[in-house]
Structure formats: C-alpha cells, structure tokens
Design a protein. Structure first.
Length: 117
C-alpha cells in the first residue's frame, strides 16, 4: 500500500486546512485509516481514525470538535479537515493504514503543518 499525503502548509491561528491522503496498491475500502502527527521533540500522536466504511470515527481529545476525518472510497482518499487551528497543532502530519485491528502497517511520507500566531 502506498500513501501520499498532501495539503499541509502555513496558516494563521484560527485558520483551516484540509489534508488529503491518496492510497494505492490495495482495495481502499478494506483499510482502516488514521491520521497521526509528530511535533518537534514530542512522540507521535494518533489524532483521528476512521473505519473501512466511514461510519465510525475516533479523535484524540486534543483535536476533538476541531478536526474531522472522512473518506471517499470511490476516490481512494482519506481527508482531515482542520479548523480553529492553534500553534500547538504545528507538526508533521502522517496518514496511515491497516488491514485490520492492531498496529498501523502502512505510512505516508508526512506533510508539514505550521500554525503561526
């Protein structure tokens, strides 16, 4: 499975960004998808996840109510809509995939998000 994340950039506090992650190499609808982030000097954090059909989502407390994960199985793409961005959201964001319960097995290359105050 190959994952290609895009959509990162520089945004001001309170602004919005939408990240995209295009998948290939496996039937997308068979994959659980997640978004992670890693800030300098911090451990990688899972911030959002979505089930194969998109009916169930889960969020870290740090982004709940501000970020929304969604997927379009026809386009083999998962999205992360990020609103009300804060400086502490600055990080490299990664999409990841797994075929079933357990650890994420496939990772994208990361896209930088910088929130300026």
């Amino acid at each position: 499975v190959q994952l290609q994340a895009s959509g990162g950039g520089l945004v001001q506090v309170g602004g919005s960004l939408r990240l995209s992650c295009a998948a290939s190499g496996r039937t997308f609808s068979t994959l659980y998808m997640g978004w992670f982030r890693q800030a300098p000097g911090k451990e990688r954090e899972r911030i959002a996840a979505i089930t194969r059909g998109g009916s169930i989502t889960d969020y870290a407390d740090s982004v709940k109510g501000r970020f929304t994960i969604s997927r379009d199985n026809a386009k083999n793409t998962v999205y992360l809509q990020m609103n009300s961005l804060k400086p502490e959201d600055t990080a490299v964001y990664y999409c990841a995939a797994k075929p079933g319960p357990g650890e994420y097995a496939y990772w994208g290359q990361g896209t930088q998000v910088t929130v300026s105050s």
